[in-house]
Each structure stands twice: as C-alpha cells, then as structure tokens.
Design a protein around this ligand. Structure first.
Ligand SMILES: [Zn+2]
Length: 70
C-alpha cells in the first residue's frame, strides 16, 4: 500500500473525493461527510487514487473469479 506516499505529498489541483463513493463531500467540524451516502471519513481521497483503487479491486475480483473457475 502506498497510502503514506500520497498523504505526505498531496498533489495540487487534483479533485478530492470521498473515499467511500468517490463522490463530493461536505466538510464538518471534525471530519468530512460524503454527500452520496452521508458516511463520515477523516481524509478525502484524490480522484486518481480513487480510480486506481477501483481498478485494483476489480482486478482482484477478476483473479478471484478465475481461481474459483467462474
Ligand atoms: Zn459515500
């Protein structure tokens, strides 16, 4: 996991999204709240990191399917 890498060097100009839905969010007093599912989270995620995570999850699911012979 390279979570710390992007956290330590936040890129400028990239859109920040909620990590749960990749949606827009509202900043609250102590955290953030996803506009899509109202879930609270501590750190927004940059859009390309969210997309990379989705692609990773999908690749893993495909490998799992193959292993199970689906
Ligand atoms: Zn959400």
């Amino acid at each position: 996991m390279n979570y710390d890498n992007w956290k330590l060097s936040p890129p400028d100009g990239d859109e920040l999204l909620s990590p749960c839905c990749g949606s827009h969010y509202t900043e609250t007093d102590e955290s953030y709240e996803c506009d899509s599912c109202n879930e609270e989270f501590d750190e927004p995620i940059v859009d390309y990191e969210y997309r990379a995570r989705i692609a990773e999850d999908r690749a893993e699911a495909m490998m799992e399917d193959r292993r199970l012979g689906l």
